[in-house]
Design a binder for this molecule. Sequence first.
Ligand SMILES: C[S@@+](CC[C@H](N)C(=O)[O-])C[C@H]1O[C@@H](n2cnc3c(N)ncnc32)[C@H](O)[C@@H]1O
Length: 393
Amino acid sequence: MDFRCDSDSQGQELPAPDAAAIAHSSRLIETIVARIEQRGGVIGFDEYMRMALYQPGLGYYSGPAPKFGSQGDFITAPEISPLFGYCLAQQATALFDQGCARSILEFGAGSGKLCAHVLSHLSMLERYFILDLSAELMQRQRDYLQSRLSAELFHKIEWLDSLPEDFDGIVIANEVLDAMPVQLLRKQVEWFELGVGFDGEGFHWQEFDPGDSARDAIRSIEERLGELPNNYCSELNLNYAPWLRALAQSCQRVVILIIDYGYEQHDYYHPSRSQGTLTCHYQHRVHSDPLIYPGLQDITAFVDFDACADAAEANGFELTGMVTQAQFLFANGLLEEAQRRAAEGDSIAQLAISQQVRMLSLPQEMGEKFKVLALQKNIELEMPALRREGSHG
Ligand SMILES: C[S@@+](CC[C@H](N)C(=O)[O-])C[C@H]1O[C@@H](n2cnc3c(N)ncnc32)[C@H](O)[C@@H]1O
């Protein structure tokens, strides 16, 4: 059974991994198969995705694959341009000026570029904490940031292996929620969860009855939006609530900025989006088969921003607002700074800057697909950049 109702897999068109990559993936496959056997023949897709991405030493984010940028599999805003970090630093400065504590906690810092760009504009910052699930990436971040920053700035950074106690300041999560494991569900009169089994030759899909949490979540979506049609496949991310609960417990006075691709629920679970949003990235090719190349490819799902906002409110956060990435960056000086940098550069630099601005902000690039959701706890700071056009909230 193919997860996709339309049986779409472009696996054949993907570049073949080399022998070392195949050996790496085989070790992860053995580990996943052992887990499947331990669980009586099937694991939920969320467990498969967690192992495929984060199994220590073997998962995609925990292993040696290059991941980000032109050598890797996909590109993120901090990899595209330092202007993204500049705009976040502008937003942080506006919050610090209103009394927010001068510390940042970045989740999932990737290559470390966002940290480098933000820090270079925030001389007043006291601490920059990084918390990443991947020990491999944390080591790469250390090496990169030590080579890029002055000793003074570098010493402001602290890598954590768990949430800090009593954190005050700004939390940033850029493209982190889309990398959290999701459950896959399919409606065939009844709702089924899709799990992963192994038949001796390869992984295959296996249906089973959803657990209570998934059943409750899907019921509440259908109550809100109306019944979804048969042959409908989509994802559920039940990790927002525990993540936000843990943050609520560890943070005192905070502003959280969640930046990611995603939809509000009526768009996410629109009847026409009958294949869900799960996507795989392998060497800049996008396809829909998460069961191939475990450990070598990224697996991701769009963020359900309504579910995230509900989980935030349930855990004591106030919603400050949500805007598109383009609105957020424009309100934080993207165009002015781009013009200033272009005026200082030659024609090649000007072309590069203009290309970066387009990728970050055009609707058909990252401008509208990506949103910025801001939350606050025990603090009420003005964030005009988070106000939707035409809204007075
Ligand atoms: C798609 S990458 C984005 C990296 C970086 N933020 C960027 O924009 O280039 C996802 C990152 O989130 C990390 N991650 C995923 N879930 C996490 C969690 N619950 N806590 C901390 N880091 C997490 C991954 O290890 C990885 O570094």
